[in-house]
Design a protein around this ligand. Structure first.
Ligand code: SF4
Length: 341
């Protein structure tokens, strides 16, 4: 792909300006948006209701796609991992997870990640760079192109590579397109952004109101959480829980707390009781994720009966909890396993 900026990086305002600078009326920008976000166009030539002159002028300065598909790997459980090339040669990954009649795409927000959570393969490599809005959005567009027309994506979770709130501006721009009427038009109820707990950005995210919040919690104990997730040292658990209590929720909306279960570290019944007490006053559900072991990992997967007991303690304390079965483990697409290739 020639190294020009993708038109998908432009905000609607920038797109209108770009159209006007080509001597065309601003409403042409709406047509382009329709081609990009609904028509899944991969070239200006496909935008047949634009004049040839406009298509050529835009093509001189911009690419349409921000990503190219490097390869797709299918898991025996039906998950599909997409590996995409960025224009500068780096790679990112997204995973499509079909389950219970839903087709959920797990999207990356950064190439690599700086936060080094102990259970996560992505975090081992450090941060390469933030993704642009176009690179975030193109994961969705290219996955939709790979699906059959009657298999629309139903849900998007920003839980792939990276910490979304450390790339807030691009994530916010992408969310506006995903949920916008002149964008993809998806309901915010179908979009979830997962954070490791970047407190200073959680207020901004809440005010956006464009996606549901998930928080990667992983321990009810401040010390243990700091050992598992270094980000907790600057974003301590009590402050994080206060930020969650301030987070604006719409009727029936709940925060999802993710809890990666690590053998002998955070999986005791006493942890479950402490966790139940910690979240008791927050409308929430808890996703228990038995750790996916990977070569060189310092943690182990807990036995299944301990996971079940942990869940039962939560349920007995009126906390909604389910065990999220890892999907795509055979293609390194399970939680915390992206970017390991
Ligand atoms: S779990 Fe998320 S925040 Fe933590 S290192 Fe991995 S990608 Fe980064």
């Amino acid at each position: 792909m020639e190294n020009k900026e993708s038109i998908k990086n432009l905000t609607p305002e920038d797109l209108r300006e770009a159209v006007k600078s080509c001597g065309e009326p601003a409403f042409r920008a709406k047509q382009i948006e329709r081609w990009l976000w609904r028509g899944l166009a991969g070239s200006f030539d496909e935008m047949t209701d634009l004049s040839k002159g406009l298509r050529e002028k835009l093509g001189q300065t911009h690419n349409v796609d921000a990503l190219t598909l490097d390869k797709e790997i299918k898991s025996s459980d039906g998950s599909r991992k997409f590996i995409f090339n960025l224009y500068d040669g780096a790679k990112i990954e997204s995973v499509l997870i079909p389950a219970d009649g839903l087709r959920t795409l797990c999207v990356s927000s950064q190439c690599g990640c700086a936060l080094a959570c102990g259970f996560c393969l992505t975090g081992r490599r450090g941060l390469i760079r933030n993704l642009t809005a176009g690179e975030i959005l193109d994961q969705i567009i290219l996955a939709r192109r790979a699906l059959r027309p009657d298999d629309a994506l139903t849900n998007i979770v920003m839980m792939g590579m990276g910490e979304p709130l450390m790339n807030f501006d691009s994530v916010a721009q992408a969310l506006k397109v995903i949920t916008g009427e002149s964008g993809m038009g998806m309901s915010y109820r179908r979009i979830t952004v997962s954070t490791s707990g970047i407190i200073r950005k959680m207020g901004d995210f809440g005010r956006l109101g464009l996606a549901k919040l998930a928080v990667s919690l992983n321990s009810p104990d401040n010390e243990i959480r700091s050992q598992i997730m270094p980000v907790n040292k600057k974003n301590p658990l009590p402050d994080l829980m206060a930020a969650c209590r301030r987070h604006p929720l719409r009727p029936r909306e709940r925060i999802t707390f993710e809890y990666v279960m690590l053998d002998g570290v955070n999986d005791a019944e006493s942890d479950a009781r402490a966790l139940a007490a910690l979240v008791a006053d927050i409308p929430c559900k808890i996703n228990l994720i038995p750790f996916n072991e990977f070569p060189g990992a310092k943690y182990r997967t807990p036995p299944g009966d301990r996971v079940d007991r942990f869940r039962r303690v939560l349920l007995n304390n009126n906390i909604d909890a389910l065990v999220r079965q890892s999907r795509g483990a055979d293609i390194s697409a399970a939680c915390g396993c992206l970017g390991g290739e």
